[in-house]
Design a binder for this molecule. Structure first.
Ligand code: OGA
Ligand code: NI
Length: 332
């Protein structure tokens, strides 16, 4: 099936008319929803003492559902390599990339993708992406990973290993923030079966950035999302009825609380609403890793957090069921 890629639209010589499918409704347009100024998101150093970290992470995740993590132990050199191999992939001629085309309508989510409109009023995002699983090993299909550049696999495998360590640490600190033993959240999101999914977002320069969005406002359905962007800003998070710009912080991990941690914590931690804007001159890219439970995992408010005074605010269901409902915009 022929899919029109955003990268191809952006490089078209004939862009006099900006395609209507990218024009957001008035209430979503960046020109009408300007971010609040003078506010910045929490920044946390993993080099702080354990007790300070538990408190800071609790505060950031209950008030924002988002923070920037520095001193996380992943070397700047590795982050740079990860970005290089992703950039190399997207630099290839269109027909090379099409060999990896995904097909979500046929249940093939991995590969090279661009969202399509299902009906005439539906709007689409100004982004092409590459999506594939990284963990656990039994779920990984290396056939679908980019073959070019040839170092893609090795670099991404090392990054996966490093991120697993950071995820473990964060889940431990988040558990302790809830007054629980360190291992509780990790065991509920599948233990060693936790799934790590890589999504490389590629946002080409956009002729009408005030009318379009890179990704529309959403919360991630993961447990946590750990993202590194390039140096072109664009991510905004929702806080107290305003959008707040996330400034670029070199080598930081942009940590998002996802829906599953909100549910497990019975609402103590907030799944952050976020969006990304696009840039007129420059290509923005981001490497988002979604850390999610296995499909069969049962997710609901942790029994330790629920009693008569604190009734469960969310229903319990498998992650597969949650995904199905989210994809189909059904109530949870
Ligand atoms: C996402 C996302 C934001 C960004 O891929 O879920 O929210 O900064 N991306 O690219
Ligand atoms: Ni997201």
């Amino acid at each position: 099936m022929e899919v029109e890629r955003v990268q191809a639209v952006a490089s078209g010589a004939d862009l006099n008319e900006f395609p209507a499918k990218f024009i957001r409704p008035a209430h979503e347009r960046p020109e009408n929803t300007k971010p609040l100024e003078g506010v910045s998101v929490p920044v946390i150093s993993l080099a702080e003492s354990h007790d300070v970290l538990v408190k800071e992470i609790y505060k950031a995740c209950s008030e924002w559902g988002f923070f920037l993590l520095k001193d996380h132990g992943i070397s700047p050199g590795l982050i740079e390599k990860l970005q290089e191999v992703g950039i190399e992939f997207f630099k290839q001629p269109q027909e090379e990339k099409e060999k990896y085309a995904n097909d979500p309508s046929a249940g093939k989510f991995e590969g090279y993708g661009t969202k399509m409109t299902k009906n005439l009023d539906e709007k689409v995002e100004w982004v092409d992406y590459f999506f594939h699983l990284m963990s656990p090993p039994s779920n990984v299909n290396h056939q679908i990973w980019p073959q070019i550049p040839s170092s893609y696999r090795e670099v991404t495998e090392v990054y996966n290993k490093e991120l697993l360590k950071v995820t473990d640490t964060l889940l431990e600190l988040l558990s302790e923030g809830l007054g629980l033993e360190g291992k509780v959240l990790k065991s509920h999101v599948g233990g060693d079966e936790i799934e790590l999914e890589m999504k490389i977002n590629m946002y080409p320069p956009c002729p009408q950035p005030q009318l379009a969005l890179g990704v529309e406002p959403h919360t991630d359905m993961s447990a946590l999302t750990l993202l590194v962007p390039n140096d072109v800003p664009g991510l905004q998070v929702w806080k107290d009825d305003n959008w707040v710009v996330v400034d670029y912080l070199p080598n930081a991990l942009f940590v998002h609380v996802g829906d599953q941690i909100e549910v497990l914590s019975n609402g103590k931690y907030k799944s952050v609403l976020h969006r990304s804007t696009v840039n007129k001159e420059r290509t923005r890219m981001s490497w988002a890793v979604f850390c999610a439970p296995p499909h069969k995992a049962m997710i609901g408010p942790l029994p330790e957090l629920v009693d008569e005074q604190n009734p469960a605010k969310y229903s319990t269901k498998t992650f597969a069921e949650y995904r199905y409902r989210k994809f189909n915009k059904l109530p949870q």
